[in-house]
Design a protein around this ligand. Structure first.
Ligand code: ZN
Length: 149
């Protein structure tokens, strides 16, 4: 199962569960996905916000509602949660620049506009994360690759 954040043309956000990405595409093509708030089938997948300091283009800005809505709470089994984390983790490793142990430093530089805006991943110490928290710099902790086994 995969869960996607979906958004309808009227900016209602909701979550949809699908057997796979292909399952989502199929249901989407057949207009089987409808918004629970207004019933429209004009629904699309939101870009996944699983990572830190993503480079927000204008396109993404326009799609997002002016006020961020609180995401609904979902309950996952341990296996489902693990699968989601692993998927997120794979995505990040494939698409984000690896800055290794310089993560905290780079995240701060990007946050303050001193470094090129881009998506990064790397490692950090608990102390560094505490500092990032203090400074209000957003980041996400993902599981290590060895969780796959
Ligand atoms: Zn709607």
């Amino acid at each position: 199962m995969v869960v996607y954040d979906l958004i309808c043309k009227k900016n209602h956000r909701f979550e949809g569960w699908f057997p796979s990405f292909e399952g989502f595409q199929e249901q989407s093509a057949k207009k089987l996905i409808s918004c629970p708030a207004c019933g429209t089938t004009k629904v699309e997948k939101m870009p996944h916000a699983c990572a830190v300091l993503t480079n927000r283009g204008d396109k993404e800005e326009k799609k997002a509602p002016a006020k961020a809505e609180k995401a609904p709470t979902i309950s996952l089994t341990e296996a489902e949660a693990k699968e989601l984390l692993i998927r997120a983790s794979h995505y990040v490793r494939e698409n984000f620049e690896d800055v290794g142990p310089r993560f905290a430093e780079e995240a701060r530089a990007i946050f303050h506009g001193e470094s090129e805006k881009r998506s990064i991943h790397g490692t950090s110490t608990p102390q560094e994360r505490e500092q990032l928290d203090d400074e209000g710099i957003p980041y996400v902790i993902l599981p290590k690759p060895d969780l796959d086994s």
